[in-house]
Design a protein around this ligand. Structure first.
Ligand code: SF4
Length: 523
């Protein structure tokens, strides 16, 4: 959106008004694919009933079904994969925007400058043709010397020019290179998918158009994933793990705070690996330390920690800074050692309980979020009961449960002993019910607590209630705090300011949500 906006496009949320429609897709599980396809078909109708001239499909579905989309949905004019972000301009018929004037306090080299000062570093800022030899050459050059690629780079050309930003300075982790040799990222099972893995990384000079409320923003600090989880095709879609440059992330955070952002959430498929490819030790902790110094940044958090990468240094960093939210999202996926072994994640309930104890001791009061998959092939009733017992002991603040989705291209796809759909759904319901009772009891303990809240806006249900979050709620995903009483702010105050912080006291608790009275603010 930032690129389109900078190139002069006027963005609209009303498809019937748009000349160019862009559907950004997801394809990591069945339901996501279905939703993506439904949306493409829904948007395609505006080419006949609205003013749309072009329909562009972007994102992960393109990485998986590039040819299939074009063949099956002729209304689609162009496809843009996750590694070709900047080709959206060509697809939309717009020219490239002028470079942004940096407001960064750091001297950040452009890719071309970096190539000049680093002998041997190939400039990847040059224009690349989507599927031509130059792109193949640059993709090959990203490999270690002597490394043999398992890819065949043949693909159908869709004749969109790809300009700019193949990731500068990309150097993968040895683990990622090894996994590639073992076939981890193979797309051979996906008919019509290109074999070329994305290497793209945005940086602080990439224009962004924020769709989040003005006080909050996400920063993606790394892309791709080298883990071997057998149920997961995200690495096949997103490529090998690669971190954004440290200075680039810090510069972007400064820019966002200067634009009024007060809450930053760091994301990546595995944020706890951040910096390993750049040679940084404890990269995430070091990054958090640097970002926490930014004046005006009130809340800083990161999502998606890998369980065995939660180091003492990381926990110490969370504990040490007031503006780092006492919040940890660590997807555990299961608790039965047998299932975790087949998932190629390892560990089990006992180890996880020790990890959680370590986390809670190092950061008292921390909110813990996790997610599990039920119905992985071979999951026995005993495995499921182990998971249930674990959830009962671990007492997570927030918990999500996914039904196993059998994905072609994943290592779990050929496994026997698939769990029937009905069993999967009933196990999912059982876990959610269990968590509901855990959450209900925990939220009762919140009553009487005084907390700082970020007011988000009037509730969609009624204008008499406002919605807010504490540091223990990540944006969009966790429960809510409803504000129903502003009397302490004075008789003239009948409303709050969205995006501002207030002090409030919790007065009621429900299963996942709580109700609070505003005491003072905006802070
Ligand atoms: S760590 Fe997450 S993204 Fe990476 S392979 Fe495992 S589940 Fe997929």
């Amino acid at each position: 959106m930032g690129l389109l906006d900078r190139a002069g496009a006027r963005l609209t949320a009303h498809p019937e008004e748009a000349e160019i429609l862009v559907v950004n897709t997801c394809s990591f599980i069945d339901t996501a694919k279905q939703e993506s396809v439904d949306t493409i078909l829904e948007m395609a109708r505006f080419k006949t009933s609205g003013s749309a001239r072009k329909l562009i499909v972007a994102g992960c579905l393109v990485e998986r079904y590039r040819d299939e989309i074009r063949k099956s949905i002729p209304e689609v004019d162009a496809v843009v994969g996750t590694g070709e972000l900047e080709s959206i301009l060509e697809a939309a018929g717009l020219s490239r925007p002028a470079p942004m004037v940096s407001t960064s306090p750091f001297t950040i080299l452009t890719t071309a400058q970096a190539a000049e000062v680093r002998p041997g570093l190939e400039s990847r800022a040059a224009t690349h043709k989507h599927a031509d030899n130059s792109n193949r050459a640059s993709a090959r050059s990203l490999r270690e010397p002597g490394e043999v690629s398992g890819h065949d780079f043949s693909r159908a050309d869709n004749s969109i020019e790809l300009t700019g930003a193949l990731a500068p300075e990309v150097k993968f982790r040895a683990e990622g290179n090894e996994r590639e040799r073992q076939g981890r990222f193979s797309r051979n099972d996906w008919q019509g998918a290109t074999h070329l893995l994305p290497t793209y990384l945005y940086d602080e000079s990439t224009p962004r158009f924020l769709t989040t409320p003005k006080s909050s923003a996400y920063i993606k600090i790394a892309e791709g994933c080298d883990h071997p989880c057998t149920f997961c095709v995200i690495p096949n879609l997103r490529g090998k793990f690669r971190s954004r440059r440290f200075e680039s992330v810090v510069a972007e955070a400064h820019q966002l705070v200067a634009r009024g952002v007060q809450e930053i959430t760091l994301i990546g498929q595995d944020t706890t690996c951040y910096g390993e490819d750049l040679g940084l030790k404890d990269g995430l902790a070091t990054l958090l330390d640097a970002l926490a110094q930014i004046e005006g940044l009130r809340w800083l958090r990161f999502l998606y920690a890998y369980p065995n990468r939660i180091t003492g240094r990381l926990l110490d960093t969370i504990a040490r800074h007031d503006n780092i939210c006492k919040y940890l999202d660590v997807p555990l996926q299961h608790a039965s050692p047998a299932v975790l072994k087949t998932m190629k994640r390892g560990a089990g309930a006992d180890i996880f309980l020790k990890t959680l104890e370590k986390v809670r001791t190092a950061v008292p009061g921390i909110a813990l979020r996790t997610s599990f998959i039920v119905g992985f092939p071979g999951e026995s009733l005993r495995d499921f009961e182990l998971l249930e017992e674990f959830i009962g002991k671990a007492k997570f603040d927030w918990l999500g449960v996914f039904s196993y989705s059998d994905e072609e291209g994943s290592a779990a796809f050929p496994l026997d002993h698939k769990v029937p759909k009905r069993t999967i759904e009933s196990r999912k319901r059982r876990l959610m019910k269990l968590q509901q009772s855990i959450s209900k009891r925990a939220k009762q303990q919140w009553i009487g607590r005084e907390l700082v809240l970020l007011a988000e806006g009037e509730s969609e249900e009624t204008p008499l209630l406002w919605e807010a979050r504490t540091q223990f709620h990540a944006p969009e995903i966790d429960g809510k705090v409803y504000l129903n009483d502003f009397a302490d702010l004075g008789p003239s105050v009948t409303t709050l300011e969205p995006g501002r912080f207030y002090r409030a006291q919790i007065t009621e608790a429900h299963d996942y949500d709580v109700v609070a009275r505003v005491l003072s603010g905006p802070l």
